[in-house]
Design a protein. Structure first.
Length: 451
């Protein structure tokens, strides 16, 4: 996206909104990223709570959940792409002092969220059953995974609306309000899951479907709250009805920037789905697939600060480029990289020293604990290299969504999948072969981001 600097108006700090174009870069980065870290940890807590509570129902039920999550992550992939496009446009228009264009971009992102939600529900009704059957041949696992995924995908519009509203707030430089909203939403989600999975206090005992029902209800409530915030007039940017007049070029602008971002995330999650398929041909498929799922949940705890820094970097780069301050945008990126490096060094140490204790929080199955702990040990060193992930935020904030996509395709598809199959199946290393392939390709991909 190109900003015409001749029309830039000097930006003034708005009360209640963090000023991203003035003041110390490191402090601003921490103030912006800090609430995002907490917000995503709260969001991650939903997944962790689901895995732990459903794990009480047995290994098969937990495996069905982690397979379902790999399918549901396709939603997250699409939302991430449009979310980053929303942050880019809202932040750049805000940095340039054009609140009208910021509102219009926000309104079109919300309309697109509803359209995507409906489209996902329709597509899921056709492809869900064969997709889940492709991932696992165990009948009980497959049935539970299909039922859970169908519930989540049918009401995908709530997920998209919530994600885009939070992205609008982040593009404006506000990460505190989304944090408060996520705190309330997650508390409701965990409570509903507990009541509906186990049938407590007179509620029906729904098992794994209780987790799906609780997630849908909490996201619907969260989406309603954030829309009220943005439209009430009490928030900094008030969405107005005229802003929702469809303009084709606005939809195209969001899709032009969002599609490569979404495609990268979609390919990343589709890659994981194919890894589950490869693991289904190993000597202990249920254990291997469950290990990958709980391994991802464990690794996600370390990944949250990276995601927060990436979002903060994208917002800071976008607003500073919009305000005509490219040097400050570059400084923000290097500050983010250095911060990420030290954080991931801590994660590397934790995964090397006590991976068994981390995995034991998610699963009580000794076989799963042993396999997933090996996954963490093998991938521990990659945590340091993954600090390069925040560079994606810089590139996206500057309107470049193609280079990260090229790097991803090269490493995740042209290298990771063939290497995983070669090590796991041809060389009969089973799940360990997949863990090794993931570590090697992760290091290479992040080195490319640095380059």
């Amino acid at each position: 996206m190109t900003i015409n600097h001749r029309h830039i108006q000097p930006t003034k700090p708005v009360r209640g909104r963090l000023d991203l174009v003035n003041g110390p870069v490191f402090k601003t980065m921490l103030l912006l990223a800090g609430p995002v870290v907490v917000s995503h940890l709260l969001n991650l807590a939903i997944g962790i709570a689901d895995v732990v509570m459903v794990g009480k129902l047995g290994t098969e039920a937990q495996t069905a959940l982690v397979i379902s999550m790999s399918v549901i992550m396709l939603l997250n992939a699409i939302a991430l792409g449009n979310g980053f496009a929303t942050i880019t446009y809202v932040s750049q228009h805000t940095g340039a002092g054009n609140e009208h264009l910021a509102r219009r971009s926000a309104a079109h992102s919300l309309m697109l969220a509803v359209i995507l939600g409906i489209a996902i529900a329709l597509v899921a009704s056709i492809v869900l059953v064969p997709l889940v059957a492709f991932l696992n041949s165990e009948q009980n696992v497959t049935d539970n995974a299909i039922n859970y995924s169908r519930m989540m995908l049918t009401y995908a519009a709530f997920f998209f609306l919530l994600f885009i509203c939070i992205s609008i707030m982040q593009g404006l430089g506000d990460t505190v309000t989304p944090l408060i909203i996520m705190l309330c939403m997650n508390a409701l989600n965990i409570l509903l899951n507990f009541l509906l999975i186990f049938g407590k206090f007179g509620f029906p005992e729904m098992g794994i479907m209780g987790a799906a029902t609780g997630s849908v209800i909490s996201r619907a409530v969260g989406a309603f709250i954030v829309i009220v915030f943005l439209a009430s007039g009490k928030y900094r940017m008030t969405l107005r009805f005229p802003d929702f007049k469809p303009i084709i070029i606005e939809f195209w602008n969001i899709l032009r920037l969002g599609i490569p971002n979404s495609l990268q995330s979609l390919l990343r999650n589709a890659n994981v789905i194919l890894l589950y398929r490869i693991l289904s041909h190993t000597n202990e498929p249920v254990v291997a697939q469950n290990s990958l799922g709980v391994g991802f949940q464990s690794e996600a705890l370390a990944f949250v600060p990276l995601l927060a820094l990436m979002i903060a970097t994208g917002a800071m780069v976008g607003q500073n480029l919009g305000a005509g301050k490219p040097d400050r945008a570059e400084e923000a990126t290097w500050t983010s990289i250095k911060t990420a490096f030290w954080l991931m060094l801590i994660a590397c140490f934790a995964f090397l020293v006590f991976p068994d204790k981390i995995i034991a929080f998610f699963s009580e199955d000794p076989a799963v604990i042993a396999s997933a702990a090996l996954y963490l040990r093998i991938n521990a060193i990659t945590q340091i290299f993954q600090s390069g992930f925040v560079i994606i935020g810089c590139l996206r904030g500057a309107g470049d969504s193609m280079n990260p996509l090229y790097a991803h395709i090269s490493c995740q598809w042209l290298l990771r999948l063939p290497l995983s199959y070669l090590l796991a199946i041809t060389f009969q290393m089973n799940a360990t072969g997949v863990w090794v392939a993931m570590a090697i390709t992760s290091i290479i991909e992040n080195l490319i981001y640095y380059y």
